[in-house]
Design a protein around this ligand. Structure first.
Ligand code: XMP
Length: 535
């Protein structure tokens, strides 16, 4: 597996992994390493190009935060981004000035000097014919004097040196962030850098990723055994499929069915993993235990605590059995988790430990220590859409990997108040109708299904009865609410403007097919002030 490689040196930016993602989008292999790897590492790595990330630091405050000399001696193209540009300027004889005002957000940059990096790449042209880029800026300090040999490559009104280049040496730098999606031409700029300026072959595809990830897992695990908690969600499913590809029967999945899953979800998980992939899966049917513990409990936070606590107890008990070994097994030594990159960043746990912590995440830490198991997290470097693509490449059905997120407490927080078995059954059937119709209804403007056009959609059970009339008779039955939202980060969300015809069909099917429900409502509240879930 010999691929051309790009080396990304991380100076501690929150968005360094986005650089890796952009490079991968150009079908080029890359690795992220801390900025202070030694010169020998850089020489041995054999990159065809090097990218220097941004940082939360200032070249003034931190004189240590520099690129190793070998970066400049390697004789390969270098792209400095934000802090990466500033350290390039400082190290090669230019000047950076400290500033106590920060420029943050959207900016229009004028491309100057026609370097190879921007040639033919622009968002629009001014009436005078200057090529302009719409970008995302986030910086305090700025370069005020070009290093010898450099020319101006980009500028804005507030940042006259927003880009610089020494094309003879293959050195390029930009003050803005081409790796974030707000910079519209970001993908084109990275593609230009890695494929043309660095002349990397665009031959790195998901199939290679699988082969390399499989090799890494085999090396890490050796002949030991691994336990994985399968939830039916996208991340744990893809992690399970990947680890199973690598080590087969050395992996045992534990699937705790708490009885609060969607219709046929437990069977679908078993059929896929045990049936099709022939993976070892232990299904623990704990629904009676969960329903018993939830009897009489109406407070949402108490319900969450009970479900979360029991879940951990049940999983730990199974894990302890597997750890102990027996019946031809040595006992498990690894716990695998489907942690993905956004979980890692949110917990401030990036590989190079440089990004500042934003918030801690439930997926990271905790269980492995308590169980005395080593951690295996093969998806730690991937974004959600990459995880989905990996899942499809591993043979998981598209409708399993494109699923909306589903909360750990499941239907427990979608049945308002006390959770009862018959409520859960009504809700499951109503929800399945809603999801089926969302998948089946295409939006003519985009050609996509309404399931694909929404970020999360589900049904909520309201334990109140209302009067209705069906045929000649009066009914007195339960109410459900449909919820569908569009969001990019789940921190804020808009209710989705689903077509009336779709709502009409869903409502009539639920009322006709699910006896016990005679009224369907649609939730038209956005977040904030409402949350996505009702509890
Ligand atoms: P809210 O309701 O806070 O939800 O707007 C934001 C996102 O988080 C999910 N969510 C949960 N996920 N355990 C989870 O694993 C929970 O207790 C939980 N509560 C909310 C919710 O489905 C939405 O995607």
């Amino acid at each position: 597996m010999q691929h051309d490689k790009i080396l990304i040196l991380d100076f501690g930016s929150q968005v360094t992994q986005l650089i890796a993602r952009r490079v991968r989008e150009a079908a080029v292999y890359c690795e992220i390493h801390p900025n202070d790897v030694g010169d020998d590492f850089i020489k041995a790595f054999g990159a065809k190009g090097i990218i220097l990330s941004g940082s939360h630091a200032s070249t003034y405050e931190d004189q240590q935060l520099r690129a190793p000399q070998a970066v400049w001696d390697a004789g390969v193209p270098v792209l400095g981004i934000c802090y990466g540009m500033q350290t390039m300027a400082v190290q090669l004889g230019g000047k950076v000035e400290w500033s106590d005002s920060r420029e943050f957000g959207y900016a229009q940059v004028r491309a100057r000097g026609h370097t190879k990096l921007f040639d033919g790449i622009q968002d629009f042209a001014t009436p005078e014919g200057h090529g302009m880029l719409e970008v995302w800026m986030s910086h305090g300090d700025k370069v005020t004097e070009l290093p010898p040999g450099f020319k101006l490559m980009a500028s804005t009104a507030s940042c006259p040196i927003a880009g610089m280049a020494d094309e003879a040496r293959g050195l390029y730098a930009v003050q803005f962030h081409p790796e974030v999606t707000h910079t519209k031409q970001g993908e084109a700029i990275f593609r230009r850098f890695v494929r043309e300026i660095c002349a990397c072959q665009g031959d790195w595809i998901m199939g290679d990723y699988i082969a390399e990830a499989v090799a890494r897992i085999r090396e890490q695990v050796g002949d030991e055994e691994v336990i994985l908690g399968l939830s039916g969600g996208v991340d744990s499913s893809v992690a399970a499929a990947l680890i199973h590809r690598a080590i087969g029967d050395q992996l045992t999945c534990v699937f705790v069915d708490h009885g609060l899953l969607r219709l046929h979800e437990g069977d679908a998980v078993m059929e896929m993993f045990a049936g099709k992939l022939h993976a070892k899966v232990i299904r623990v049917d704990a629904s009676e235990m969960f329903l018993g513990a939830l009897a009489g409990v109406t407070d949402p936070e108490r319900k969450r605590k009970i479900i979360g606590g029991l879940f951990v107890d049940v999983f730990k008990a199974e894990a302890a059995k597997l750890k102990a070994g027996g019946a031809g097994h040595k006992g498990a030594t690894f716990l695998a988790q489907g942690t993905i990159y956004p979980d890692v960043v949110e917990s401030g746990g990036t590989k190079t430990k440089k990004a500042t912590t934003i918030k801690s995440h439930h997926n990271v830490g905790g269980l492995p220590e308590q169980l005395g198991l080593k951690l295996l997290e093969p998806l730690r470097e991937l974004f959600k859409d990459e995880v989905r693509a990996l899942g499809v490449a591993l043979g998981l059905p598209p409708e399993m990997v494109d699923r909306h997120p589903f909360p750990g407490p499941g239907l427990g927080v979608r049945i308002l108040g006390e959770v009862k078995k018959d409520y859960a059954e009504l809700l499951r059937r109503a929800d399945a109708i809603f999801i089926e119709e969302l998948r089946a209804t295409l939006d003519p403007a985009t050609g996509k299904s309404w399931y694909a056009l929404t970020s999360q959609a589900f049904t909520v059970f309201l334990p109140v009865k209302s009067v209705g009339v069906m045929g000649d008779g009066r009914t007195y039955d339960y109410v459900v609410a449909l919820r569908a939202v569009q969001t990019s980060d789940f921190m804020t969300a808009d209710w989705a403007e689903l077509p009336y015809s779709l709502l009409k069909k869903v409502s009539s099917r639920i009322i006709n097919e699910v006896r016990g429900i005679n009224r369907v409502t649609y939730d038209v509240s956005s977040k904030p002030p409402a949350t996505i879930e009702w509890e």
